[in-house]
Design a protein around this ligand. Structure first.
Ligand SMILES: [Ca+2]
Ligand SMILES: [Ca+2]
Ligand SMILES: [Ca+2]
Ligand SMILES: [Ca+2]
Ligand SMILES: [Zn+2]
Length: 487
C-alpha cells in the first residue's frame, strides 16, 4: 500500500489555535483548524511520561477504523499541546457497504499469505521441500483505507509459517490490496522432560513427592528450543495456544520459559513443546491438514487425576492430580490424539468401538512419539511417569500397547477395549517401521466414520497401506488386525 507522508505537526501554547496542515474530509465533518479534537477520532490509549500526557486516537470513518490513520495529542505539564496528525483523507461519499463476504475475503487473504510464505521458503536459505501448512486466520474486520486510493476493505489477520500477517482485501472487488507480515514467528527457550523422567532417566523409583523440586528430576530436565512462537511473549504459536493456566499464563518478553517442575508454568512449557514437536512430525510425514491450528490448552486447572479433550470447546484440559499430567508428554500426546481425530473426522467417537479406537489411538500416538527419545526403554508402556502415582508394579504403566487382548475380551469400556486397537497399531509399527506405520494410520483416519467399528476402521487402514505401500504392506496390516480377531 502506498502511503503519503504523515505527522504534520502543529505546536500550540495555551489557547492558540491548532493548525492542521492537510486538508481533511470526513463524514463527521471535522474541519481544518478545529479547536477541539476533530470528530471521527476514537481515543485508544492514554500514556503518561515525565513531560506530560499522550493521547492516542484511531481515525474512524462512519464508525470503521481507517487503516494506519492516527492522531496524537501530547499535552505537556508546562501547558503546551503538540499534535501529531497521521490521518488520511477519506471522501465523504465513500460507500461502506461490503459487496464481498467476509469468508471469501478471508480465503483470498489466506491464499495470498500461503503463496508468499511458500515463495519465501523456496528463495530462502536452507530451502526445504517439506510442504508447509496453509495459512489460517482470525476474524475479518471491515475497515477503510484513506488517501488517493481510498476504499472499503476487509482487514484479515492470518497466521502462517511466516508469523502473523495483515492482509487488506477490497470489499467491493475481492482483490488483495496489501498483505504484510506484522509479527514474525520466533524461537524461544524452554526446559522440559522428554518424554518423562522415568523414561529419560530409566528410573522406575522416581516419585512425585507432591510436585516438589528434586535433584533427580532437575537432572531429567532438558533445555530445548520452542519453535513457531508468535512473538507475543506468551506460549502461543502456530500449533499450540496456552489459553488458561493455574497461577496465570507464562509470559516473558524474550521468550525464555525456563522453570523447574514445582512451578506450574513448567507444565505449560511441556504442552507447548511436545505438541509443537508432534505437529512438526506430522508435517514431516506430508500431512498439512491434521489439526493444523493453534490447539487451545488449559493447564493444571483440573484438580482430579485426569485430563481430557472437550470437542465442544476444542480445548485440552490437563489435570494436576498425582503427578501433574502435563509433566508426562505421553499424557499430552494421548489427549492430542483425541483432538486429531475430532479434527479429521467431525464428531468422531459416536459408537463404543469408535470410542475404543480413540483411546487406543491416543495411547499409540503417545508411544510412537516417545520412540525417538526413549532409547528403547519400556516402549509399549503408556504414561510411565504419571502412572507412578497410582500403580505399584514396575514398570509403572497406565496401560500398554503390547497387550494380548482380542475382540473376545471386549467389555464395553473404551479404555479397556482400546488396548485391543493399540496393540494392532503397535504391531504395524513394529513390522513396517515408524514412518510407514504413522503415515498409513493417519491417512486411514480420514476415511473413518464417526460411528465406525473395529472392523470397518481396520479395513480403512488396510486400504491405506495398500495404496501407499502395496500388497505386502497391506498383508502385514491385515495380519495385525487378524491377530486381534478384528478381521
Ligand atoms: Ca509440576
Ligand atoms: Ca496425574
Ligand atoms: Ca500434582
Ligand atoms: Ca512410555
Ligand atoms: Zn483418552
Amino acid at each position: 500500500m502506498s502511503r503519503r507522508r504523515k505527522a504534520l505537526v502543529a505546536v500550540t501554547a495555551g489557547l492558540a489555535t491548532v493548525s492542521l496542515g492537510l486538508s481533511f474530509t470526513s463524514a463527521a465533518g471535522a474541519a481544518p483548524g478545529a479547536k477541539t479534537d476533530p470528530n471521527g477520532l476514537k481515543l485508544v490509549k492514554t500514556k503518561t511520561s515525565l513531560f506530560g500526557t499522550h493521547y492516542w486516537y484511531q481515525q474512524t470513518f462512519k464508525g470503521l477504523p481507517v487503516i494506519d490513520g492516527y492522531y496524537a495529542k501530547h499535552v505537556t505539564k508546562s501547558g503546551t499541546t503538540e499534535i501529531a496528525d497521521g490521518r488520511d483523507a477519506v471522501p465523504a461519499d465513500l460507500d461502506v457497504s461490503a459487496k464481498v463476504q467476509a469468508a471469501s475475503a478471508t480465503q483470498s487473504a489466506n491464499s495470498a499469505v500461503t503463496a508468499r510464505a511458500n515463495r519465501a521458503r523456496i528463495a530462502g536459505p536452507g530451502k526445504s521441500l517439506t510442504q508447509q501448512p496453509a495459512a489460517t486466520s482470525g476474524a475479518a474486520q471491515l475497515a477503510v483505507i484513506g488517501g488517493p486510493n481510498a476504499r472499503l476493505v476487509w482487514n484479515v489477520t492470518s497466521r502462517s509459517t511466516e508469523g502473523v500477517s495483515r492482509s487488506l482485501v477490497d470489499a467491493k472487488t475481492g482483490s488483495v490490496v496489501a498483505s504484510k507480515v506484522i509479527s514474525d514467528n520466533v524461537d524461544g527457550h524452554g526446559s522440559v522432560f522428554d518424554p518423562n523422567p522415568v523414561v529419560s532417566e530409566q528410573n522406575e523409583k522416581l516419585t512425585d513427592m507432591n510436585d516438589k523440586n528434586q535433584d533427580a528430576l532437575f537432572l531429567a530436565q532438558k533445555n530445548v528450543i520452542l519453535r513457531n512462537l508468535d512473538g507475543s511473549g506468551k506460549l502461543n504459536g502456530s500449533y499450540v495456544n496456552i489459553k488458561e493456566a493455574k497461577g496465570g499464563i507464562a509470559q516473558n518478553k524474550n521468550n525464555n520459559f525456563i522453570y523447574q517442575r514445582a512451578n506450574d508454568k513448567f507444565e505449560q512449557v511441556m504442552a507447548y513443546y511436545h505438541v509443537n514437536q508432534t505437529q512438526e512430525y506430522i508435517h514431516s510425514l506430508g500431512f498439512t491438514d491434521v489439526n493444523n491450528e493453534s490447539q487451545d490448552f488449559s493447564i493444571d486447572t483440573f484438580a482430579g487425576d485426569n485430563s481430557f479433550y472437550d470437542p465442544s470447546t476444542d480445548m485440552i484440559t490437563m489435570g494436576e492430580g498425582g503427578v501433574d499430567d502435563a509433566e508426562d508428554a505421553e499424557v499430552i500426546w494421548h489427549e492430542y490424539g483425541h483432538a486429531i481425530q475430532d479434527d479429521v473426522v467431525p464428531g468422531f467417537g459416536e459408537s463404543e468401538q469408535a470410542g475404543a479406537i480413540g483411546e487406543g489411538w491416543g495411547d499409540y500416538w503417545a508411544v510412537t512419539n516417545s520412540v525417538p527419545v526413549s532409547k528403547g526403554f519400556n516402549l509399549p508402556c503408556v504414561m510411565d511417569w504419571d502412572a507412578t502415582s497410582y500403580t505399584t508394579d514396575e514398570p509403572h504403566c497406565l496401560r500398554r500397547t503390547d497387550g494380548t487382548k482380542t475382540t473376545d475380551d471386549i467389555d464395553g469400556e473404551v479404555h479397556d477395549d482400546g488396548e485391543i486397537w493399540s496393540r494392532a497399531l503397535w504391531d504395524i509399527h513394529q513390522n513396517l517401521g515408524r514412518t510407514k506405520a504413522n503415515k498409513l494410520i493417519l491417512e486411514a483416519t480420514f476415511f473413518y466414520d464417526p460411528d465406525t467399528s473395529f472392523a470397518a476402521a481396520a479395513q480403512d487402514t488396510v486400504q491405506a497401506a495398500r495404496l501407499l505401500y502395496g500388497k505386502a504392506a497391506a498383508q502385514t496390516v491385515t495380519d495385525a488386525f487378524k491377530a486381534r480377531k478384528i478381521l
